[in-house]
Design a protein around this ligand. Structure first.
Ligand SMILES: C[S@@+](CC[C@H](N)C(=O)[O-])C[C@H]1O[C@@H](n2cnc3c(N)ncnc32)[C@H](O)[C@@H]1O
Length: 235
């Protein structure tokens, strides 16, 4: 798994062009993935939501649009230049003004035990230095009955793999290099995507970390998946 300091440095280097690269490389499908994610969060009617590895804040903003101003939304990230981008975008809409964007490392969350109803993390888990440790750390902070929603790359349907991996390895790093000036960051992206577990394997890892129920939903030929994992209620 990647080393935390190197991940932090890499995102600091591309922070200013991250959004452009994101939308360009996904052909805009990332808007749809975030829409589905926030619909699922809304359906569980949380009292508050913390968006981990929030980056430039797009999930936090979408959450605010979808679940209204009564539900507090906070974005945490360990990369200050990404938080600077999120804070700059916050001024675009009045209803975003109370979204807090703060420093928070998923390996050691600055939050109390059993204190949060719902966590989202979109394209963050893949970058964890120690995945099991990070998943357990989130579980520590979740309230009993609370939910973690993980939006992450997955292993696509078999028939789609040849086209997908051709794009991922041979096209994406070059398009990304043009958009961000940093080809190595996107070589890293392609490598971590290829190594990331399938829906079934991530479900198993969440269960091992201690989550009680885990449901996985594949999107766009399972290029990505959303895992909804719940912390057990006291008996
Ligand atoms: C690919 S970006 C995703 C940003 C955003 N969630 C999105 O969907 O566009 C990954 C983010 O994870 C953050 N990150 C990676 N490891 C982290 C950790 N251990 N704690 C907090 N943030 C982390 C990086 O700084 C970066 O902003």
């Amino acid at each position: 798994m990647p080393e935390g300091k190197a991940v932090n440095k890499m995102f600091a280097g591309i922070a200013g062009r991250y959004d452009l690269a994101n939308h360009l490389l996904s052909g805009g499908v990332d808007f749809y993935w975030r829409r589905v994610l926030t619909q699922m969060v809304k359906a569980c009617r949380p009292r508050e939501v913390v968006d981990l590895a929030t980056g430039s804040g797009d999930v936090a903003f979408k959450l605010r649009d979808r679940i209204g101003t009564e539900v507090p939304v906070t974005g945490l990230d360990f990369c200050e230049p990404m938080l600077v981008e999120a804070r700059a975008k916050r001024s675009a809409k009045k209803s975003y003004s109370d979204i807090a964007f703060e420093f928070g490392d998923c390996m050691d969350l600055p939050l109390e035990d059993n204190s949060v109803d719902a966590f989202t993390i979109s394209f963050g888990v893949r970058n964890f230095e120690n995945r099991q440790h990070g998943l357990r750390e989130i579980l520590r902070v979740l309230r009993p009955g609370g939910r973690l929603f993980v939006l992450e790359f997955s292993q696509p349907d078999k028939w789609f793999c040849p086209i997908y991996y051709f794009y991922l390895k041979l096209i994406l790093p070059w398009v990304a290099a043009l958009a961000t000036g940093d080809k190595s960051a996107y070589d890293y992206l392609a490598g971590t995507i290829e190594d990331f577990p399938s829906k079934e394997a991530l479900t198993e890892q969440l269960t091992q970390a201690g989550y009680e129920t885990v449901e996985a939903t594949g999107l766009t030929f399972s290029i990505v998946a959303i895992h909804e994992a719940q912390k057990a209620q006291p008996k």
